[in-house]
Ligand binder design. Structure first.
Ligand code: PMP
Length: 471
């Protein structure tokens, strides 16, 4: 296909030198702890584009870390936040904050089933912590004080606070903190990579879900409070969407053993999958849902935890107060941003645009798979993962000293693409015999022409990179 921009055919050593490099922490940057960007300085952002201080334009191909469901610099978002700022920013805790109530009502209208009540916090990890404490307190209130364990998927991601880290079961991010975190049980994820020949996805979904029952059995159902998982896979199976049978079986098992089901929708919420929430694709209602990222589309720190009417009744019927609270929860500006996000998604038909552009995005699957380093392309809505390996047959990634990810990132930036997957690279360890995810998750306003432009640049980036790393 023709590309809308110029690219070099062969990467010469000089051209390599000219590629963006990791930021050197000198001068003012020396005072910023643990910061891993490349040496491009962000000046402003507009729509799906980021602009550096040299006037270069980059497509925000991953919407930051899948946070920008709306475009950058949306006039209505700026107006909503500044209007609220004119009245008050921080709501005094002893006075009723009407913004919290208005936001809660709007959120209940778009949340599925009976998830009608929400608790507001400031970030995804806080939402996950809040969900765990809600589950534990609800089990005590229901008369099951021995239930405290949270089961989750092995090699998943639920955040970086200690309990979220414990539930993520990722050996790389846990490694220094093992003595400080709970050793909760974990369970396998749904994967198509180990699905036996001749077994359908639906049947395999049931079998993978049954692993939860086994873990509950051996842990002792009396001790298990909740199970948390994302709607699509994480870690090596990032963005693998399980069949409906998986979530239906998980729901049945949770019901059978009085285990609360927590749906982590921090990534999949607010239209990213083409519906308001990922769980809607499976027609399964969780007891608790965690929300973040797209909830405010990155305009302000915001997150929430939604609970069902039945779970709420557990607290109200027993007159149990929820022992919890964060200074910034329910912030006036966050509620204003959250309300406007919902209105814009509705007014601009962004769920529909997400579904339309998703088809366009995934129409590039074969072209991506034609690349020798792309082992798989999967996902849903405007959320696509290309699993990148050194060798499709052995499913192994490059040796660390090849700097393969850094090189990919540099070439992508040169080609006008800002990608989160590669930005994550320096801290990430390749999964054993599995690849590294390259995430494509642009704002939901993206047009067909912009999808084509993005994909042309991505395909070029693969070609240039492979010439270098496979030679
Ligand atoms: N849950 C999931 C599924 C996530 O992907 C993330 C962040 N990537 C979190 C929770 C934590 O969110 P935050 O980084 O806002 O704390």
């Amino acid at each position: 296909m023709s590309t809308a921009h110029e690219s070099t055919d062969v990467i010469t050593p000089e051209a390599l030198q000219a590629l963006p490099q990791p930021l050197e922490t000198k001068g003012d940057w020396d005072h910023v702890f643990s910061y891993h960007p490349m040496d491009r300085v962000l000046e402003r952002a507009e729509g799906i584009y980021l602009y550096d201080d040299q006037g270069q334009r980059y497509i925000d191909a991953s919407g930051g870390p899948f946070v920008m469901n709306l475009p950058h610099n949306h006039p209505r978002m700026k107006a909503a936040i500044t209007d609220q700022l004119e009245r008050f920013a921080y709501p005094h805790p002893t006075m009723a904050n009407p913004e919290r109530a208005r936001y809660g009502k709007m959120l209940a209208e778009i949340l599925p089933g009976t998830l009608n009540t929400s608790y507001l916090v400031s970030g995804g990890s806080e939402a996950v912590e809040t969900a765990f404490k809600l589950a534990r307190q609800a089990q005590i209130a229901r008369g099951f004080p021995d239930k405290f364990k949270i089961i989750s998927h092995r090699d998943s991601y639920h955040g970086m606070t200690l309990a979220a880290l414990a539930a993520s079961h990722n050996p790389v991010s846990q490694r220094h903190f093992v003595p400080m975190i709970q050793q909760w049980p974990n369970v396998r994820q749904y994967s198509d990579f180990d699905r036996p020949d001749g077994v359908s996805r639906e049947d395999w979904g049931v079998q993978c879900a049954q692993a939860l029952e086994e873990v509950i059995h051996y842990q002792g159902p009396r001790s298990v409070a909740a199970f948390i998982a994302t709607r699509h896979g994480s870690g090596p199976d990032y963005a693998t969407v399980p069949p409906v049978s998986y979530w239906k079986t998980i729901r049945d098992i949770c019901d059978r053993y009085n285990v609360l089901l927590i749906a982590d929708e921090v990534v999949t919420g607010f239209g990213r999958t083409g519906r308001w929430f990922g769980m809607e694709h499976f027609d399964v209602e969780p007891d608790i849902m965690t929300l973040g990222k797209g909830i405010s589309s990155g305009y302000i720190p915001f997150a929430a935890v939604a609970i069902t009417d039945a779970l709420k009744a557990t607290f109200t019927d027993t007159n149990t107060g929820f022992v919890h609270g964060f200074t910034m929860g329910g912030h006036g500006l966050a509620c204003a941003a959250g309300k406007e996000v919902i209105r814009i998604i509705q007014d601009e038909n962004l769920l529909e645009n997400c579904r339309t552009q998703s088809e366009r995005l995934f129409s590039y699957r074969d072209q991506l798979m034609a690349h020798p380093t792309v082992a798989d392309v999967r996902g849903w809505g405007l959320y696509m993962v290309a699993e990148v390996v050194r060798d499709k047959n052995t499913m192994e990634f490059f040796e660390p000293d090849q700097n393969a990810e850094r090189l990919f990132q540099g070439i992508a930036l040169k080609n006008g693409l800002a990608l989160y997957g590669t930005l994550y690279g320096p801290r990430r360890q390749a999964a054993f015999r599995r690849g590294i995810p390259i995430w494509i998750s642009p704002p939901l306003t993206i047009t067909t022409e912009q999808v084509d432009d993005l994909m042309a640049r991505l395909l070029d980036t693969f070609s240039e990179w492979e010439q270098k790393v496979l030679s």
